[in-house]
Design a protein around this ligand. Sequence first.
Ligand code: VAH
Length: 316
Amino acid sequence: MEKILITGASGQLGIVLTKALQKKYGVENVIASDISKSSNHEGVFEILNVTNYEAVDNCISRHKITQVYHLVAILSAKGEANPLNTWGINMNTLFNVFEASRLNGVKKVFYPSSIAVFGEDIEYINTPQSPNLTPLTVYGMSKAAGENWANYYYKKYGLDIRSVRYPGVIGYQSLPGGGTTDYAVSIFHSAVKNEDFNCFLESSTTLPMIFMDDAIRATLELMDAPKENIKVRTSYNLAGMSFNPKQIYDSIKKINPNFKISYTPDFRQEIANSWPKSIDDSQARKDWGWQPKYNLDTMSKEMMENLKEYYNLVSV
Ligand code: VAH
């Protein structure tokens, strides 16, 4: 019998991953936690401040947790406003989860990394699994350090931590907060509401992205894979699709021909410029059979249909 704890369950991924894990393991076996509750949650929810070690330890031992999905993090753009605070929160929460998991005999931990671990001096097209990691944001630095800690806890203590480097995640079920790839979610909300969209990145800024369904499936497949198949104990490169703002705009225009876009790049442009344009995820494909299902047009269609339904429902 598995008992699951999710930290950061009210975030963009957390809201959707909680539902997927509830479906897989039963609503009563999934403890969703965050510092505040999102109205979307059904099932068991606990207010949990993951910067407090005793609180994390208590939650894991009280619920006899067997798997932890540690999603708490301050993202790339927001994190730059207060670098030391971002480092503190991202790293302290990681140490608290890894250490409490080890001491309480947790069987598996999921730790999300990001393509933000990449920075200067990489191959920007098909960025390989293991180049030098020289991230330019504190978020990227914390994820790169976290990957090494994941590897360390596995090698030193045998804690079965698994990780993927998510591209920008795009879904209709929840909103991102404080990331550089957030534009690719907001653009759909504007399109559905027939509002003009002002993009904070230049039209030609290509970034790796993934549709939420694929991101969730990748997570579940990685966690289900036999232990001996997991050869990468830092974090797996993961790819879905790659596009720039002009290309996503063109894809949306096929559905909403009147949609209009303008571009006003801000500080997030520099962050985006330091990231890969596309990712080589051949190791994930080889080790645990990763295969994305969505491309830009199939994703746009799903996003538009679901958001139309959402806005129609709330306006009733
Ligand atoms: C961010 N969405 O923009 C995150 C992500 C690929 C980047 O980790 O900060």
